[in-house]
Design a protein around this ligand. Sequence first.
Ligand code: ATP
Length: 382
Amino acid sequence: MITEPASSSGAPSAGAPGGRAAVELENVTKRYGDVTAIEDLDLRVEDGEFLTLLGPSGCGKTTTLRLIGGFEAPNRGEIRIGGEDVSSQPAYKRPVNTVFQQYALFPHLSVSRNIGYGLKHAGTGREETARRVDEMMHLMQIPDVGDRRPRELSGGQQQRVALARALVMNPKVLLLDEPLGSLDYKLRKDMQFELKRIHREVGVTFIYVTHDQEEAMTMSDRIVVMSNGHIEQDATPAEIFDRPRTAFVADFIGDTNIVHGVVTRIENGHVTVDLGPLGEIGGSTDDAIVSGDRVRVSIRPTDVRVETGPSGGAVVQDSVLVGGHIAMKITSGEETVVAHVGRGSSFEPGSDVRLHVESDRIRVFAADQPEVAAEQAAADQS
Ligand code: ATP
């Protein structure tokens, strides 16, 4: 493989503390019997931020959200909202509201009365309730459905009512637990932009839980990637994509190739790795790596260029059309690399090719980092 020198990354730094924290978790541990759902978790969410907890099923996202909402109590650690320790406060006393995947609207009440339900029970006057419900319906862009019952609305409209019902209470923090999970793909994409707009307009802190990395990348100011009850990386979407801190994050966010090699040189944080038949490659790392170490290297399929010419020992195994690009599976020695190329630039299976990588997104990870999800699944099956 021919590689070009990687320049230093210009990725922005992670959501640095400095503003006012809306929510803080300090050393929080939650166990269910023998299962440790989250362990020694530290998390700080800035005021007005859209923060997403992202990770595979069972990593502890919902538990973290439920701890903030007061639906669970931690075994250890402290939870603060707006600077106040709420660790032992019940859910109804906390200045937060939650939107769940199942919106649980009252079927026998009209949309207006669903949205105004909490205000009514808080003793808000009739006129004030009507004004705030109307304001919410305009914000959600459903101004004309106030008299309908929930069953007379589409899925997307029902989700807007659930959001309105939570936001009308003026929470300091809105917790969203996979709220778009039951919508179809197209509607989910539309609602992602809608949620971003609503967040901008109301300025409330949003903490969002999802296992969908694309959803997290689209909406968030900051993403916290979780695995096995701990935080793998806490950074902006761009930094998480361009400079994943671990092989787990590289594999979970977007498509990537994880290939194996040995470090031949380290200079000013730039690592050169011998990938065997794939040649040499340069990348960046956050790990303590020395020359001679075995490492894993993450290469995004969009960063691999496939060229014709004298064979570099790489052979095209498969070539399939995926939407707007062609995904080519290429083997070289023991390694398989996927390249995403334009529709006019693919090669037939069986072609001898050369691979050329040009990117400052190449990341190098110590081999002793925990296995990435795909490798682990393959090992579990064998
Ligand atoms: P998902 O995306 O599937 O909802 P998650 O990342 O939100 O997953 P959690 O629901 O927080 O994960 O669960 C974390 C761990 O805690 C899992 O191993 C889960 O089985 C366990 N767990 C969660 N709630 C309970 C409970 N009430 N009793 C026992 N174990 C639980």
